[in-house]
Design a binder for this molecule. Structure first.
Ligand SMILES: Nc1nc2c(ncn2[C@@H]2O[C@H](COP(=O)(O)OP(=O)(O)O)[C@@H](O)[C@H]2O)c(=O)[nH]1
Ligand SMILES: [Mg+2]
Length: 468
């Protein structure tokens, strides 16, 4: 993920502050250097880096830590606040009728993003339409049409036309019933005059409420120049950073934000229309620093549960909360987990688990976990309905049969049964809890105060310095 390195290197540096009661200039220099190193590695503009580290240094030396706050938490808070400040508030996207124009270079992810934001708006209860004006790229029409289909939104394009401005004009009329009209545009390998002229004319024709610049997280320093050009031509109201699921460093995107005097609106986290997140600097920075992001996690869990339910109307998670927890429920949960995305991304969002635990795990530990989940799926395919409903009946003999049927070792089957038992127990505990207890537990988790399973206390160890 973007700036991935910052969290772990910073954690290491801040750990050196443990037990200290005063911060020396030397300490501050060390921390600031670590931050600079990570940011420069992530392709962040040097001017930005300098400004950021100056303010962190100044604040760390001049301000007094509030009573009862450990030095480590206090410095962390400063770093957090300055990073949030640098990234700014998320671009405002009102939920109302509007026209959105997507701009950006070839391959940056514009067309995919058109599908994604259409899906996003439709989930918010608005009716979106995608208008494809790219007449240069062969297949652009089909690609956009297909994305519109998977997002289940309206679409307009004309594969026979070579006049993008005319397509925009007709498309806006044809999709006038839609609440949100999303105009996708063509890109070029490099920013050239032709592209600039074209997008200027589309902009004039469509008169969008918002121009969003799509930037690939992998784009380095050149993002700055591109952003400047688009800003001068059509004006940019917000940035969408795509491919943050990759190994890209993302620093170029920060420069683009700075250059267009705008902020980030969305993050693209994958290739399907659902892989979009609203950018939120505070949760983004929390995740960056390994402090987890409960809000995103909750949203993902809710979405995944909803989808599981849509697919199987007989299955109701409420039943599970009230009565028995069967293997069928476990399977649904695993499917929901799969829908939430790669485990390591999900782990990043759990306070106390993000960063810290991943630093301690060997690189392939996540794969092992995912492999285990896949094994469980296969094993459950080999079980009878009766066994799924009542796993207690699975003894040695049945285990052997299931092992033969699934081609998985007996140990794996015992692991699955063990997992089921553990979750059943946990659920029983939840059932005895009222809402107030739940809330208290969530608060505790957010504080990360060495919460259950938070090995070695991640960033939050010692109370929540960010209580808001
Ligand atoms: N992993 C990943 N791939 C993406 C993302 N957004 C776009 N892509 C891929 O990037 C490639 C170019 O995207 P496209 O939307 O055609 O870019 P355009 O030329 O700007 O319209 C396609 O293969 C997309 O599937 C993302 O957020 N994550
Ligand atoms: Mg395209």
């Amino acid at each position: 993920m973007v700036l991935d390195d910052l969290g772990s290197s910073l954690r290491g540096t801040l750990d050196e502050l443990r037990g200290k009661s005063r911060i020396s200039e030397e300490d501050v220099d060390g921390i600031v250097k670590e931050i600079q190193r990570s940011l420069i590695q992530a392709d962040v503009d040097i001017e930005l880096v300098r400004g950021l580290s100056d303010s962190i240094k100044q604040r760390a030396l001049e301000e007094e830590p509030p009573a009862g706050t450990s030095l480590r938490d206090w410095v962390l808070r400063i770093v957090y606040e300055e990073l949030v400040d640098l990234l700014g508030e998320s671009t405002e996207i009102p939920l109302e009728e509007q026209t959105v124009l997507l701009a950006g270079l070839y391959g940056s992810g514009k067309t995919t993003t058109a599908g994604k934001i259409a899906w996003w708006f439709s989930k918010k209860g608005l009716r979106p339409a995608i208008i494809q004006t790219d007449t240069d790229r062969p297949g652009a029409y089909d690609q956009a049409k297909q994305l519109a289909e998977s997002a289940e939104v309206d679409f307009y394009g004309d594969p026979d036309s070579d006049d993008p401005v005319k397509i925009a004009e007709e498309g806006l009329l044809e999709t006038a019933d839609a609440d949100v009209q999303i105009v996708d545009t063509a890109g070029r390998d490099a920013l050239n005059q032709e592209l600039i002229d074209q997008i200027e004319r589309i902009d004039a024709q469509a008169d969008p409420d918002r121009n969003l610049l799509v930037i690939d997280a992998a784009m380095g320093q050149s993002a700055k120049e591109q952003a400047q050009e688009f800003e001068e031509t059509i004006g940019i109201d917000g940035v969408i950073v795509t491919k943050v699921d990759g190994t890209a460093k993302g620093g170029g995107a920060l420069a683009a934000v700075n250059e267009t005097d705008s902020t980030i609106a969305f993050l693209g986290t994958g290739e399907t229309v659902k892989d979009i997140e609203r950018f939120e600097s505070s949760s983004f920075v929390s995740r960056l620093l390994g402090m987890g992001d409960l809000k995103q996690l909750t949203e993902r869990v809710e979405r995944a549960m909803e989808e599981a339910q849509e697919e199987d109307e007989d299955w109701d998670p409420e039943d599970m909360m009230e009565g028995q927890f069967t293997l069928k429920d476990l399977r649904k949960q695993m499917e929901a987990m799969n829908r939430m995305g790669p485990l390591d991304q999900v782990m990043d969002m759990i306070p106390g688990l993000g960063g810290s635990i991943q630093d301690q795990l060997p690189d392939d530990a996540m794969d092992v976990t995912e492999e285990r989940m896949r094994d469980f799926e296969v094993i459950m395919d080999s079980m009878t309905d009766e066994e799924m409903e009542n796993p207690r009946i699975v003894g040695a003999q049945r285990t052997r049969r299931i092992a033969r049927g699934s081609g998985k070792p007996e140990d794996r089957i015992r692991e699955l049964l063990q997992q089921h038992k553990m979750m059943e127990r946990t659920l029983k505990q939840f059932q005895g809890m009222g809402d107030a207890d739940m809330e208290r537990m969530m608060k505790q988790m957010q504080g990360g105060g060495g919460g259950p399973g938070g090995p070695g206390g991640g960033m939050g160890g010692g109370g929540n310095p960010f209580g808001d």
